[in-house]
Design a protein. Sequence first.
Length: 165
Amino acid sequence: MPERADIADWITEHLPRGWFEDVEVRCDKDEILVVGRLKPVADEPDGACIARFRETTRERRMQIASAAERRFGRKVSWGAVCGPTEHLFTTLSVPAMTRLRLDERRVLDTLIDAGVARSRSDALAWCVRLVAANEEEWLSELRVAFEAVERVRAAGPAGNPPAEG
């Protein structure tokens, strides 16, 4: 499986010059999300700048996405940031199966009963967003550590599984 850095490099190489001031590539096993920072335009609201970018680049973005999907076996989604406004275009919503015990299900059901969520799926997504918002520093450290492990693994011997004892 390609590393995030390899995917980000490939995406960055295929983006037309001038589209973004800066670009961030986020990915997991299912999706590659390309989020670019747009240069604000005087007297144009940030949302309008994003909408204009989305419309004028649609065909080329689809071409880049198709090539990346063939190469990396993942769907490609796009987004843009202008000023403080971020808008993600058509991102994936992937089901995640989990087994929960009674006390864990009660947490989700409480969120439903309180009107915070419509379903257990929504309640679980709400919980994940809450953890992400409150534990970002810890999650960032964990991601950095994992990337280091991936680099060490990639530098090791290829195709030689450990001998069984």
